[in-house]
Design a protein. Structure first.
Length: 150
């Protein structure tokens, strides 16, 4: 097994973590809602922590392994469209985590605990909308990577 193969496995696994976590975050709130207010608020607090504890490490691994693979392979470079799309997705993901998902999750938790239905609806809708955008952009990026758009 060559370095490129190891980097590719880590790269794909890290992207799988990102995509899988997005799917879980779309499914769990509905399940948690059946368990009561404390569970829902707790879920959103945990979800907010995923930015730093799951998404950031996965993104860093995607970035580092991607850079190593570009440096190892002469058939494409940093100017290749799919590489540029990949870098863009890392930036978008980081910005969404910092400015939308982390603070938004805390806002939902607080709204749930206070029983403010209008705030709950607005905050969960915002998270769901940006979560959908993030997931679609991630799938777009994965398609660009697999097809090696140039």
């Amino acid at each position: 097994m060559e370095l490129r193969d190891i980097m590719l496995v880590i790269h794909i696994a890290s992207a799988g973590v990102w995509l899988g976590a997005n799917v879980i975050q779309a499914v769990v709130p509905g399940l948690a809602a059946r368990q009561g207010v404390e569970v829902v608020a707790g879920w959103y607090r945990v979800a907010g922590q995923l930015s730093k504890r799951l998404y950031m490490p996965a993104s860093i691994l995607i970035l580092v392994t991607g850079i190593v693979m570009v440096l190892q392979d002469d058939s494409f470079g940093f100017g290749s469209l799919f590489v540029t799309i990949g870098f863009g997705m890392i930036v978008i993901g980081a910005l969404l985590g910092i400015f939308v998902f982390d603070p938004g999750s805390e806002a939902v938790a607080e709204a749930v605990e206070s029983g403010d239905r209008s705030r709950i609806k607005a905050a969960t809708a915002r998270i769901a909308t940006f979560g959908t955008v993030d997931t679609l952009l991630l799938l777009f990026t994965m398609t660009a990577m697999v097809l090696r758009w140039s």
